[in-house]
Structures are given as structure tokens and as C-alpha cells.
Design a protein around this ligand. Sequence first.
Ligand code: PRP
Length: 188
Amino acid sequence: MDAKDMGADLDRILVTEEQMHTRLREIAAQIDADVDNTADSPLLAVGVLRGAVMVMADLTRYIHTPLEMDWMAVSSYGNSTKSSGVVRILKDLDTEVAGRDVLVVEDVVDTGLTLDWLTKNLASRGARSVRIAAALRKPECLKVNVQVDYVGFDIPDEFVVGYGLDYQQRYRNLPFVGTLAPHVYGAE
Ligand code: PRP
């Protein structure tokens, strides 16, 4: 899918495909430098479904350090557009995390409530370390002080789609991050 396919639904491009990949290569190099190679088991990269699929696929391919991949699906209680911080696990990890160095991979940090819950959950299972990588972060929306170790881009509080992010499950397969034209979600 590309910008042409979005037509008038695309307002503007915030992060191009090239900018995202350049930044992910930098983050991967940082991760390679930070990983403790003396650990008993390889790094465990945990992607949070569904939005993190793109960044997980691209970031992990730029990382040279051996790693394993696993996936979680979580859902926030409350209405569908706002995180409540009370999280339900829809799909849990298949991997035992006790003693593991974990890298949580997310598409976007909005309020931070999901990641705040998730990092505490992984720590309570005995993870040796928990680091976070996120393609995007909306600093204006943060409600909790969650430490994101690797951030692709800080973006404004706007309706963004692409690179894993959806509007009503569409546009996740755009290779770039763009803002949605207001007419799409009913504001003009
Ligand atoms: C998004 C995103 C994070 C969460 C961030 O997921 O992937 O998991 O919201 O929001 P927060 O910082 O306010 O907690 P979403 O619930 O939209 O599901 P999806 O990944 O399936 O699109």
C-alpha cells in the first residue's frame, strides 16, 4: 500500500519509510551495543500485537545479536480509543521469561499505560531486565513516566496511521507514518 492508495484520506506524511528505516538501523546498533552477551540465554524480543508487527519485523532484522521472538496480545479495559491502564492478556507469551533479558517492541507509546503495565508484569515474572523499543511516542499524551529506552520518533498528538498503526483496522500496511484526514473520522 502507498500514499496513492490512501487518496484524500491521507493528510500528510510524518515519517517516511526511509526515515523510519534509517532510525531503526541506529536503534539496532544501540541495542547490539547494550545487550549483555554474557547472559545465559539470548535476548527475547516481545512484540505487542497487532501494531508492533512491522517494527518487530524490521528492527529485529537490523539487530546482529542473537535473539528469540515471541508475541503478546493485550487489550485495555475501558473504551476502545483510550487506555485505562487495566490490561487483559489476550495472548500470552509461549516463552518463560524468568532470568531473560527482554526487549518489548511497540509501534506507539501514547499514554504509556499499556507499557507501564507490561513492564511491571514481565518484571513480576522474574525477567532479568526489561527494555522498551517503540517506533513512535506521543509525548503530549503520556500519563505515566514510562522509560522508553529506544524511541524512533516523537510525534504530535494527532490521528496517525501506517507502519502498524490502524484506523478501524485499516492502513497498518502503509510503509510510512501519516496523519489521517479529519473527514475520515468525522471531524472536518
Ligand atoms: C496501541 C499500541 C500500544 C497501545 C499504546 O495498541 O500498539 O499497545 O495502544 O497506548 P497507551 O500508551 O495509551 O497504552 P492498540 O490497543 O491500538 O492495539 P493494536 O496494537 O492492535 O492496534
